[in-house]
Design a protein around this ligand. Structure first.
Ligand code: ADP
Ligand code: TRP
Length: 334
C-alpha cells in the first residue's frame, strides 16, 4: 500500500528510547518508510520547544533521537531525514495555514484538551501553563505534512485527529482558491502494534519508570529484566505462560520457536523465573547488539549525523519552497 506513495513520519525528540518505543513505534516507522516510494522522516524540534525549555537538554534529546533512528536501520539514502527547524518554509506555510484554521479546531485538539482537563482536576484555571505553541500545534503539524505533498501519515490513535485537521485546512484552502494547491493527506492507523508491558506489568512508559532501556550497557539491561514482576510459585510448578509477565514481554521480541520453547518449559515446570529472565535478556541483547554499537558510534561521531541531517534538509527544502511558492502566488496574487 506504500509503493508509489509519499509517506511522512514525524518524531518528537523525547530522549533515550525503551523497548516499547522500539517495537511499537520506531521499527514500524522504519519498515513503512522503506516500503514507500518517497519517505520523509523528520525530527519535530519546533514542536519540542513547547515543553522543553533547556537548550542543552533539547540538544541532547535531538542527538539521541537522530542516532537512535540511524542505529535501528533508517536509511538516509532512501528516507529524506531532516530536522524541522532546518526548513524555515514550514513556518511560513504555518502562518498562511493559520488564516484558514478555525480557532474551534484548536479548542478541540486533544493535546490541548488533555492539558485543560488536567488543570481542571487540579483546581487550576483552564489555561494554566499552556503556551500558544501547544495550543496551535495542530497547525504546525499540518504544515509539516502539507509542505511535502504527503499521501500517507502513519500515526498512532492519538494523532489521527491532527491529520484530519491538516486535511480540513488543506481542503478549505483548495476550495477558497478553486485549485489543488495542497495535497490532501490520509492517515494510516498502526492498529496491530502490540503494547509492550513494562517490568511492573503496566504499559512500558518513561512516565511509569518501568522501562527496559534499549541502548544501555548489559548490566543496566540485566537489572531491568531481572526486576520484571514474578510471584512466589516454585520452579517445578507447571504455569500457564500467560500468567507470567516475563513471557508477555518475551512475546514482543522472541521468534515463534523461542516463544514455544519458553511456553512449553513453563507449562511443564521445567523453567523457573531465573531461567525465563535469562532467556528474555539473551533475546534483548541479541536484538540490540548491533544497533547499540551503531548508536554508540553515531553518538561519538555526531558530526557524521549532522552532515546527514544537512543533506536531508537540502533535499527537503526545495519541495517545501515549491509548496510555499504555490501558496504565496495564490494568497498574494502573482
Ligand atoms: P512513553 O510512554 O515512554 O513516554 P512516548 O509516549 O514517548 O513513550 O511514545 C513514543 C512512541 O512509542 C509512541 O508512538 C508510542 O505509541 C510508542 N510506545 C510507547 N510505549 C510503548 C509500549 N509500551 N508499547 C508499544 N509502543 C509504545
Ligand atoms: N505530533 C506528533 C507526535 O506527537 C509528532 C509530529 C509532529 C508529527 N509533526 C508531525 C507526526 C507530522 C506526523 C506528521 O507524535
Amino acid at each position: 500500500m506504500f509503493d508509489k506513495k509519499t509517506v511522512l513520519t514525524g518524531v518528537k525528540p523525547t530522549g533515550t528510547p525503551h523497548l516499547g518505543n522500539y517495537l511499537g513505534a520506531i521499527m514500524p516507522a522504519i519498515e513503512m518508510g522503506n516500503k514507500a516510494e518517497n519517505h520523509y522522516m523528520f525530527i519535530a524540534d519546533y514542536h519540542a520547544i513547547n515543553a522543553e525549555k533547556d537548550p542543552l537538554v533539547l540538544k541532547q534529546k535531538i542527538k539521541e533521537v537522530a542516532c537512535t533512528y540511524l542505529a535501528l536501520g533508517l536509511n538516509p539514502n532512501h528516507s529524506v531525514f531532516y530536522r524541522q527547524s532546518d526548513i524555515p518554509e514550514i513556518l511560513e506555510i504555518t502562518t498562511i495555514l493559520y488564516a484558514y484554521t478555525p480557532k474551534g479546531f484548536m479548542n478541540k485538539a486533544h493535546a490541548y484538551k488533555a492539558c485543560v482537563d488536567k488543570n481542571r482536576e487540579a483546581g487550576k484555571p483552564d489555561d494554566d501553563g499552556i503556551n500558544m505553541g501547544l495550543y496551535t500545534y495542530p497547525t504546525l503539524m499540518a504544515a509539516d505534512i502539507l509542505s511535502f505533498d504527503t499521501d500517507i501519515v502513519p500515526v498512532g490513535k492519538d494523532q489521527v485527529q491532527h491529520v484530519e485537521i491538516a486535511r480540513d485546512i488543506a481542503g478549505a484552502i483548495n476550495a477558497h482558491y478553486g485549485k489543488d494547491l495542497l495535497h490532501l493527506p490520509e492517515y494510516y492507523l498502526k492498529e496491530n502494534v502490540e503494547i509492550v508491558p513494562g517490568v511492573d506489568g503496566r504499559k512500558m512508559s518513561k512516565s511509569y519508570g518501568n522501562i527496559i532501556p534499549l541502548f544501555d550497557d548489559d548490566k543496566t539491561i540485566k537489572k531491568a529484566v531481572f526486576s520484571v514482576v514474578t510471584d512466589s510459585r516454585p520452579m517445578d510448578e507447571p504455569k500457564d505462560p500467560e500468567s507470567v509477565m516475563v513471557y508477555e514481554i518475551y512475546k514482543a521480541i522472541a521468534t515463534p520457536e523461542q516463544l514455544k520453547e519458553m511456553a512449553d518449559g513453563l507449562r511443564e515446570g521445567r523453567l523457573g523465573y531465573g531461567h525465563v529472565k535469562n532467556m528474555l535478556l539473551d533475546a534483548i541483547i541479541n536484538e540490540i547488539k548491533e544497533p547499540r554499537e551503531k548508536y554508540n558510534y553515531y553518538m561519538a561521531h555526531y558530526e557524521e549525523v549532522e552532515a546527514m541531517l544537512q543533506e536531508g534538509a537540502a533535499k527537503a527544502r526545495p519541495v517545501a519552497q515549491q509548496t510555499l511558492k504555490r501558496l504565496k502566488d495564490a494568497v498574494f496574487g502573482k
